[in-house]
Design a protein around this ligand. Sequence first.
Ligand code: HEM
Length: 437
Amino acid sequence: MKKSLKIKSCPQVSNLKMDIDVNAATLSQLINLQQQYGDIFKINSNKNTPSYFINDPTLIKALLVKNHSNYKKGPGFERIKMLLGNGLIVSDGETWRRARTMIQPTFARQNIHKLVQQMLVCSQNRALLWDKLITKNQLINITEEMSEFALELILKSIFGEDYDVLIDKGNENPFAFLSKDSTRDLSVVMKMRNLRNHILSIITNRRQLKREATNYDFLSMYLKAEDKSGNKFTDVELIDEIITLIVAGYETSAGTLNWAWYLLSTHKDEEEKLYQEAKPIFTDLNTLNIETINSMSYTQAILEETLRLYPPVWLFSRKTTNDDVLEGYEIPINSNLFISPYILHRSKQFWNNHDKFNPERFNQRSEAKKINSAYFPFSLGPRRCLGEYFSFLEMKIHLGYLINKYRIVHTQDNKPQLNLGINLRSSNDISLQLEPR
Ligand code: HEM
């Protein structure tokens, strides 16, 4: 039998305050501790619920893939549960397994391809607005624009024609607060509860119509989905899953695009290379198709590098449901384990010029090996993100279409600070000056 390995404790911070929502001081403390204590260490001395931080790719893989059945979601997820209900991101055990099996087919590539036109239309909607702002010599608030873009797209992808009905009624978009208000406190929880009624009325309507939506949308797939006993989602389950999809699907992509625009605005050569790749693909939109979009390898590398430097899910956690041995380390039941893609993605140990924006590293073979082990913006294993392919397609179409229309002339001078909430955001909005090409 393998000898058990000793986990170091860090006495001077024997109760580091950890939640999903920590501040910049905790992040720098964690970075310092990791440099001092290595890739697994204990961060609190609570006997019943000890907490560990792990930063080693092999241990992380063991936790998320090989030994995943000994873990459930950890601290921080209760707060997300207040916001989302018991949807896929927070549920565990049989509830999660059943929902995941029912939802997985919705995200098959051939289904996501049916949303390419929506992705283009939402990108074109941004350009309609940007043209007006540019004519008036105004800056584009990229942070706000990325939220609007990603929210419009996810809502149209979920509700299809019902989204237009909702907006056409002349009502204020009941989902608008999500992109306008970045706080995720109790007031938002209350607004979320109001949203449930809107979603329920759409669901009830669809169920009564008893016909398929004309165009593909996520809601019709969720309505059709059956578990192995032939049961469908109840209304409450459906609402939880839809809210989960809205929040999971828009904040992450909006944040990534926000950082991507910022990085491009400060890296002229990379902006030019992106433009050169996009030009032949987006100049004649009649020739745009899934093959040409998937051929955008440089754009893909830009997005992967943005996700390395600014992973939206920058910290997450698990809790042991049984005693576990993680690659020789004994982890008792009820322990909390924290992983930070942000810290791992910037480790000198795994990445050359770790703080440098260098998309090429994702197209270079020598780095590919490392990518497999020290890179996981979408998590790993059975709980890996379901929206990965959707988000790369939407982000490639968005960047490709808009960079082919506009050149970045100026960015703000000060470097944006990090807002370390549930998602990694910029603490102030990023504004850019653009001009038509
Ligand atoms: C850049 C974009 C995105 C990033 C970086 C991202 C990241 C993640 C991560 C790290 C997790 C797992 C968290 C954990 O293991 O505790 C996750 C789960 C999930 N994501 Fe994403 N996500 C993105 C976009 C999307 C989109 C666009 C959708 C939907 C359209 C989506 C839907 C989901 C769902 C449903 C889960 C829960 C999966 C499960 O637990 O079975 N995500 N995402």
